[in-house]
Ligand binder design. Structure first.
Ligand code: UT7
Length: 318
């Protein structure tokens, strides 16, 4: 049986940082409110002209270097983003041109904050069935472009960044399972209400009913982590690390409680990154791999929840 394994990770954050104190000068908010209600202290924002694919290219090259794989060897690109550079070509093929891996299938998918989980799940299937051997999985966003900087309900949350992993075939797992879900009934709680076929008639900005999203996120993430443990015959104590979506420290704490995991075993980057949507999980993973917390052989649970709603998990023997 072939599995896929994470051969390398990478990430990138744009240079410009906006602190909570900077936001105090922009909207009616306080550093204290943002820290206590979300856990966020600062976030990175792309420079003028810096695009999602620009961020992704840095992350991808890092993941490839970590895996010891040349860019031209990549034979599959799955790219999660809701902030693409262009309507088309998709971000996967734009990245492919930069990397020079011509001919390989490359695509992007727009499942909001769960974009990386969906991309990872698809890439895992292609590696497992033998159709891909060097699969690049990206989560990258320039959410600052669809943030209303006058809306304190969202401006304090969202940010920019990119994360990447390179998957390779392996005789041993590897990715043990992925679970994906969506429920379009919740569209009105979190959406960006402008687009191509609606003629860009309304404002290109994120709308969110935060407190409702919060409650449903906690419930659905609790269910998907239970589903993941049950599908793998695991007890709660079996995990080494939780690598959660970084939307709100209180949502992360609720999932950790559900898993009976101490916060020391949870990778938390929300204070430095804010909510980078599809980039959030691979960014957190790369931070913890590079600082030496996550080591080879350890058992990781990744999860994310976002607009749609879409949500999912991955259980990984790293
Ligand atoms: O990644 C995709 C999924 N997204 C999420 O998971 C986000 C989920 N939601 C959340 O993280 C939280 O709901 C928020 C951080 C967005 C909001 O926190 P909350 O504790 O749910 O606050 P709330 O919306 O219930 O608002 C409480 C109060 C309100 O004032 P009143 O009505 O009590 O007077 C808001 O107007 O806080 C006010 N408020 C703010 N005050 C200062 C809302 N935003 C701000 C702000 N600064 N930025």
């Amino acid at each position: 049986m072939i599995y896929s394994r994470v051969a390398g990770t990478g990430s990138y954050l744009p240079k410009k940082i906006i602190t909570n104190h900077d936001l105090e000068k922009m909207v009616d908010t306080t550093d204290e409110w943002i820290r206590t209600r979300t856990g966020i202290e600062r976030r990175h924002i792309a420079a003028d002209g810096e695009t999602t694919v620009d961020l992704a290219e840095h992350a991808a090259r890092q993941a490839l270097a970590a895996a010891g794989v040349a860019p031209a060897e990549v034979d599959f690109i799955a790219f999660g983003t809701t902030t693409p550079d262009l309507v088309f070509p998709n971000c996967g093929t734009l990245l492919q041109k930069r990397l020079g891996c011509r001919g390989a299938p490359a695509f992007s998918l727009e499942t909001a904050c769960a974009g990386f989980m969906y991309a990872l799940s698809i890439a895992d299937k292609y590696v497992r069935c033998g159709e891909a051997r060097r699969a690049l999985v990206i989560g990258a966003e320039t959410l600052s472009r669809i943030t209303d900087w006058n809306d304190r309900g969202t401006a304090v949350l969202f940010a920019d960044g990119a994360g990447a992993v390179l998957l390779e075939p392996s005789a041993a797992p590897g990715i043990l399972s992925t679970h994906l879900h969506s429920d379009g009934e919740y569209k009105d709680l979190l959406y960006c209400g402008s687009g191509v076929s609606t003629g860009f008639g309304s404002k290109l900005a994120i709308s969110m009913v935060g407190s409702e999203v919060f409650k449903i996120a906690v419930t659905k993430l609790g269910q998907v982590v239970d589903e993941t443990l049950a599908a793998n015959g695991l007890e709660r104590g079996a995990l080494d690390w939780l690598v959660p979506h970084q939307a709100n420290i209180r949502i992360i704490q609720a999932t950790a409680r559900k898993l009976e995991m101490p916060m020391e075993r949870v990778i938390v980057t929300v204070q430095d990154h804010g909510n980078t949507s599809a980039a959030s999980v691979p960014l957190a993973l790369d931070v913890a791999v590079r600082d030496g917390r996550i080591r080879r052989g350890e058992l990781l649970l990744l999860e994310a929840f976002g607009g749609g709603f879409t949500w999912g998990s991955a259980l990984i023997r790293f």
